[in-house]
Design a protein around this ligand. Sequence first.
Ligand code: NAD
Ligand code: DAU
Length: 352
Amino acid sequence: MKLLVTGGAGFIGTNYIHYVLDTHPTDEVVVLDALTYAGNIENFQRIEHNPRFRFVKGDICDAALVDKLVQQVDAVVHIAAETHVDRSIHNADDFVRTNVLGTQVLLDACRKHFNKRFHHVSTDEVFGSLGRTGIFRENTPYEPRSPYSASKAGADHLVSAAFHTHGQAVTISNCTNNYGPYCFPEKFIPLFITNLLEGKKVPLYGDGMNIRDWIYVADHCKGIDVALRKGRNGETYCFGGRNERSNTEVAQMILFEMGYGQEMIQTVRDRPGHDRRYAIDPEKAETELGWAAETPFLHGLRKTIEWYKTNTSWWKRIKNGEYREYYEKQYGVNGITGPAPERPFDIRGEKT
Ligand code: NAD
Ligand code: DAU
């Protein structure tokens, strides 16, 4: 297959394109990525000379560009999005534009060009927040609670509408929290690991008892790939790690593995509207697709810590902004790119 992968310069996109090139020896991958603050072409160092890989810098909202690229491929794996909840609380504009409008632009191009296969990568956050009990499944009603999850919910509905209205060949996957290599160090696990590597404290929101269901990114990538190749049109597949942990528990595991004590935790003001608990029942994906999350959490966490220890220059260049210069030298600055925006520390009332 020849795939168009949107958002291939981000965390999951990078892991996914490496997975495809490594496991499908005749597949070709075209990446379309706008290189926002979260996209990093330094991620392509291992594959940039692979003849089966091509990178196009561009915006998924650019209908003419998307139209041209969709014509050239067999299927689209749509991974691009604005993804950080804290940033969406700060300013939702880019979330609505990229996540909602961008998804419709891709769907329109797929419909126009002989109903190209379209897989949409989404999140468990569209289902809302759980209390102590309960679990999200494919038929759980949507109840998004942050601007980020509301924009992802809007995208999911557009994909579903494309199936019901136009009979388009679409699938959706909703996954829990990913961790692993190449995750931008503004998210919980890489932020905590890299702060500790710099000898800094780690900011734990609120009472630290919010629960997430963590999945190693390679397991998610296998799920995306099997949903693309084996999923039934119009279906949704939920992926999760069967691995619920409170933030305090994850923080303590990272501290222990890195040889630090409790004193490195700094409790900070809570995220507004902070969802309490997410959990996915992945049974449909397991039985129908033959997929399962395979990486035990401690093993995956150790691999992740090791990756950030080994790839110090990757995250240091992000934290100090130098990674912008690398691609600006290669591609020049245009309307889409610019200096990495400040992380919106102000919503927590302090910097770390
Ligand atoms: P990320 O923020 O690391 O990467 C997003 C990528 O999309 C970046 O490379 C960015 O440059 C690109 N992008 C943003 N706007 C674009 C635009 N307008 N045009 C082209 N490219 C654009 O995100 P991630 O964590 O890798 O998440 C990828 C997808 O997976 C998202 O759709 C997200 O909702 C979903 N997801 C993420 C998680 C998680 O835990 N990270 C869990 C479930 C689902
Ligand atoms: O559930 C899937 C979602 O997981 C994806 O759709 C999102 O794109 C991804 O960002 C992630 O969202 P979360 O908000 O759950 O992830 P984040 O890493 O921002 O936070 C994880 C938990 O850790 C959450 O309860 C907030 C908390 N946290 C986060 C940060 C950044 C802290 O306590 N301190 C922090 O500094």
